[in-house]
Design a protein around this ligand. Sequence first.
Ligand code: OTU
Length: 663
Amino acid sequence: MMTSLTLRPAGREDPRATLAASARSLGGDRAGEAAFFSRLGWRFGSISALALSLYGESGGSELLARLVRLLHEDHAARPPELKAIDAAREGSGPWYLKPGLAAYMVYLDRFAGDLAGFRQRLPWLEELGIDMVHLMPFFRSHEGNSDGGYAVRDYLGVDPRYGDAAGLSCLAQELHGKGMHLAADLVLNHSSDDHAWAMAAKAGDEKYRNYYYIFPDRELPDRYEAAMPEVFPETAPGNFTYIRELGAWAMTVFHDFQWDLNWSNPEVFLDMLHVLLGMANMGIDLIRLDAVPYLWKRAGTSCQNLEEAHLIVRLLKACADVVAPGVAFLAEAIVQPREIVRYLDAGGIAGEARVEECQLAYHASLMALLWEALATRKTALLASTFGGETRLPPGTAWLSYARCHDDIGLGYDDAKIREAGYAPGPHKRFLLDFYSGRYPGSFATGRLFMENPATGDARISGSCASLCGLEAALSGDGATPEGARALELALRRIELLYGLVSSLVGIPMVFSGDELAAVNDYSFEGEEGRSDDNRWMHRARLDWDAAARISEKGSVEARIYGAIRGYLGKRRTIAAFAQDAAFRVLASGSENVLLVLRSPKAEMERRVAVAANFAPEERAFPLEALGPGFGPLPYDLLAGRQATVLGGGVVLGAYGIAWLSEA
Ligand code: OTU
């Protein structure tokens, strides 16, 4: 297939010309081939430089030739309709910057059973205002406990419980037909211990033993352990597991059945690249790179965010640009704020702006800050951290969210915590107590996740609604004035969080169940393989009886569904809330009020100020805080009327949020 292609190391000669000449000699899909070779020429410099710097010692040019052959084959296998989408996307701006784009994260089985059921439920998402669906892991995974599908056994094999590859492609096509997009996980840091590679390793196959980090004794594992934190200290302490069949230790940073893949082995790179391109060829538009900070390990370091992890993402990206240029990457990097942005780094050569790593990343810092502000009622840390963020490089955007399937990690910048007047340790303790309901007067019903007595660390589990106080309010007496107030405040907190997620920055994401204010589900406690992982309490099974209540006036479901649908719908019409519109935190003069000015790219469009009150009582901020342009009575796009201005102060109700438009 590749016989006429001459590979040259990146030198003075223009590889584009060489490759285009090779392309001309090929038959078949001429236009497709020409496009492939033109993109290969465009990205070849990066591909060869990255491959050589990562794997140069393990046979550089041979590896490069195999890599290009793989790209060519996976491109040949790319269905024509996806190539047509690629071509269309290359001609327009990035699809994920489409105005108003909103995402939804959902478990197939908990929402609709399987792929076929999911297609029937699509109208639910369309009605809500969703245009991108992230299906939680659906490839075949570990028997028994599979860590919610994050221990993958067959990277391109759709779990028969959900359907098959054809069903997935049909869903992708249907979504594309509706102008919607599909996101899915590439769990690239580790495979399941019953994946064929791990099985071969256990059977004594040397090649596959080298796919993992396997050590004959504790010498290296102990050196690694000295500097590595633990991800699941309660249920999977340590980062290594003794494997009887191997008579050796495997690196298992997550659970003991999730073996870390050895990305310093180029064979792993090539196989996983093929998996990535295979996913792209199924019609997946956005590939979520699970646990991406962990991709490279070096004894003596935390084994997170190492430079080589970034190089791997860059190499994967350059390769995807050649085969499936319409596909984007989403970084799942739940790490320190300053580390997260590095996965969105844009590089590129003079005059040619292009994204070198991921186009999107979860805004985990914003998520954690929102919960911090809700507990403290104060916006100092949120304002200083969020306000101090630099603008993202062109072509990238945040995915903003309040809740997802994971725990809430309290990842803040210690210096900023001190600036806000707290001590990092006690402040974290307070938040943990608050959200696990131990703090006197807390409204939240949550639990600690993975408490580590050695470090005092823990994270938080619980659904958005329960952490906002709905579970407690519903168990109280709604007929009493206190009960009614507790319910009202809980609902307002949910509205506040989703209102901010929809307007502060980036693309909003709804976590399935939140649109119905689903409270914690404790049935996981009796379920095998789940009882020791309390993240299951916030992974809602969508309650379709509750869903029917969205048309019942006065119901909790109608209220929250209506609010979220309203945010997503209104956001679509507001140029200042575009994914790449600028933001600036303004001084509100109130410790409870966050004030953020959003400015659209086009100057003739109106700016919009987002004002949010984190106190359970009314608050006001001075009209002048908005600066000139908003007039004496700013218009609140959310309420659909002019804001209340009293004595020069803009009034916000308890937990109130307003989207104030320039006159
Ligand atoms: C991810 O999360 C997934 O979202 C989890 O559901 C998986 O269990 C896990 O990977 C293993 O595949 O530690 O507590 O910086 O924080 O990857 C969740 C990223 C996790 C990690 C994150 C991980």
